[in-house]
Design a protein. Structure first.
Length: 370
């Protein structure tokens, strides 16, 4: 089953943050969701869809797929996914083992798994050795509002929507406190700060948040790869640390675990190297006794890939759902939204369902025909 063609579709889909659609101008610096969709077609006519991380870097990732990866892939057997992944990482290592290069590889890898699943007529979770009947608890991942009233409004909305766990992206004390006061001490409340503090500043902030009883504190230190500092913060304060959304490849996760830096590991399938690399990280988590909590604030094939992978987890964690509403959806809402607080993987071949071509046509930012 040889690879006949590869195309890339850049999309930008506006989204709504809530009744007033207000947000901090500093958070993600966007009012639209960027997509870099990878479409791989085999000589026998099957099509696989992938998703490369593209928030604020869509054009660069698209060019990497087209000019760095595509020439190396045409004519190769699409079923040889793990070998292709290895060869791409090895051949392109001089351009960086992290960032744009690995985002592009991730998108191609996801598309290949989708393609092979369709060729075999089975969902990816079955290719990975699962019967696919696991129900994964969801948590609402809120935008950063930097306003206690807006935080309270969105926390109420998330709870009314059936979420039994909520994550904030705030760094202000009053914004976090208002959420805890409303939810009560026993409700799982997580805080993702997106690497704002030095190690000493982080230690001081942990003391401030001590009475708020966070389920986990996510990425409190800059730079995120200072795993020794994360380990010291975890050891000295007892706070539970989550990290890994910026890490790429299983090797960097092994370094995280060797440093005893986290309680929860957060690989992102659109960043780490795709499904093939994510599988290795699942095994590392199991060997290290670390709970996996996928980073998945996505609405494209990357989210479906996470749903498929979740069926293989030895220990069920929580699955992230970005608590925003896109203007249009690539997939049916019953796939993207939890039902009674849980997600299930779709049962169709490959990723389980194909993206809506009309949505791609409407929101694409390049001139490629669909």
């Amino acid at each position: 089953m040889k690879i006949a063609n590869i195309e890339v579709y850049e999309l930008e889909i506006p989204f709504n943050l809530g009744p007033d659609n207000l947000a901090s101008k500093n958070f993600l610096k966007t009012t639209g969701l960027d997509f870099c969709l990878v479409k791989i077609e085999s000589e026998n006519g099957h099509i696989g869809w992938g998703d490369a991380f593209a928030y604020n870097c869509r054009q660069s990732v698209a060019q990497a797929v087209l000019h760095m990866l595509k020439p190396r892939l045409i004519g190769r057997d699409a079923r040889d996914i793990c070998r292709i992944n290895h060869d791409l990482q090895k051949d392109l290592h001089m351009f960086g083992r992290y960032g744009i290069t690995m985002f592009a590889i991730s998108g191609v890898d996801i598309a290949l798994w989708d393609l092979v699943g369709k060729n075999e007529g089975v969902p990816i979770y079955q290719l990975l050795g699962s019967v696919g009947n696991k129900r994964i608890p969801a948590y609402a991942s809120l935008w950063r509002y930097e306003d206690p009233d807006l935080v309270l409004e969105r926390v109420k909305a998330a709870q009314l929507s059936g979420y039994s766990s909520i994550k904030l992206h705030e760094i202000g004390i009053s914004e976090v406190q208002v959420a805890r006061d409303f939810l009560g001490q026993d409700f799982p409340l997580m805080l993702d700060t997106n690497c704002p503090w030095s190690p000493q500043e982080a230690k001081e902030m942990v003391r401030v948040f001590e009475d708020i009883n966070l389920y986990w504190l996510e990425e409190p230190i800059y730079p995120p790869e200072d795993f020794k500092a994360l380990a010291r913060l975890r050891r000295d304060t007892g706070v539970k640390i989550a990290s890994g959304e910026h890490a790429c490849t299983a090797f960097q996760f092994r370094e995280i675990f060797d440093n005893n830096a986290v309680d929860f590991a957060q690989p992102s399938v659109t960043k780490v190297g795709g499904i093939s690399e994510f599988r290795k990280i699942v095994v590392l988590c199991e060997l290290a006794g670390i709970q996996i909590m996928p980073h998945s604030p996505y609405f494209g094939p990357g989210f479906l890939a996470t749903l498929q992978l979740s069926q293989t987890f030895p220990n069920l964690g929580l699955l992230e759902r970005f608590f925003i509403e896109p203007e249009a959806n690539l997939y049916p809402k019953d796939v993207l939204n939890p039902v009674n607080g849980v997600f299930c993987a779709p049962n169709g071949p490959g990723l389980g369902v194909d993206p809506d071509l009309d949505v791609i046509k409407t929101y694409k930012k390049n001139n490629t025909k669909v």
